[in-house]
Design a binder for this molecule. Structure first.
Ligand SMILES: Cc1cc2nc3c(=O)[nH]c(=O)nc-3n(C[C@H](O)[C@H](O)[C@H](O)COP(=O)(O)OP(=O)(O)OC[C@H]3O[C@@H](n4cnc5c(N)ncnc54)[C@H](O)[C@@H]3O)c2cc1C
Length: 110
């Protein structure tokens, strides 16, 4: 039986005939790999599926009874991926600055 990635190798082969014969090792990431390496729920690599309902939902970022603990990332900002996770962190920094009466400013690392 051919491995599942056999079909994928046809793509570079169509442009560079025979290149697939030079491939010595392949690895495939599945939701199980994501779960194993990152502990993400159900192996979800970008958090919630971006359904209309998920995109409209607002999720809590604090745990009741746990002071100074804030949650940010792909599970608090539906949309998926690094941009919403980064934006979530930025928005939290703005909120904390406002709370502590500090000026929020951004800059490039030296
Ligand atoms: C293969 C792959 C490709 C991707 N490609 C893209 C892409 O091209 N563009 C894009 O925008 N996004 C991409 N993503 C999605 C993006 O990586 C994630 O959405 C983003 O990293 C989520 O950030 P986060 O801070 O919420 O979570 P994470 O980056 O997953 O950070 C969570 C951290 O918590 C740690 N952790 C977990 N459990 C515990 C625990 N019990 N105690 C302590 N620490 C714990 C984990 O080790 C991890 O370091 C990809 C994801 C994968 C898996």
């Amino acid at each position: 039986m051919k491995p599942p990635w056999h079909g994928i190798l046809k793509i570079p082969d169509s442009r560079f005939p025979g290149i697939s014969r030079a491939v010595e090792k392949t690895d495939v990431s599945t939701p199980h790999s994501v779960e194993r390496y990152t502990h993400n729920w159900h192996g979800s690599f970008e958090g919630f599926a971006p359904t209309p309902a998920a995109l409209m939902s607002k999720l809590p970022r604090e745990v009741p009874g746990l002071r100074n603990c804030h949650m940010v990332g792909q599970w608090t900002t539906p949309g998926g991926g690094i941009p919403p996770a980064g934006l979530d962190g930025r928005n939290l920094a703005i909120k904390l600055c406002r709370r502590d009466k500090k000026l929020f400013h951004t800059g490039m690392p030296e």
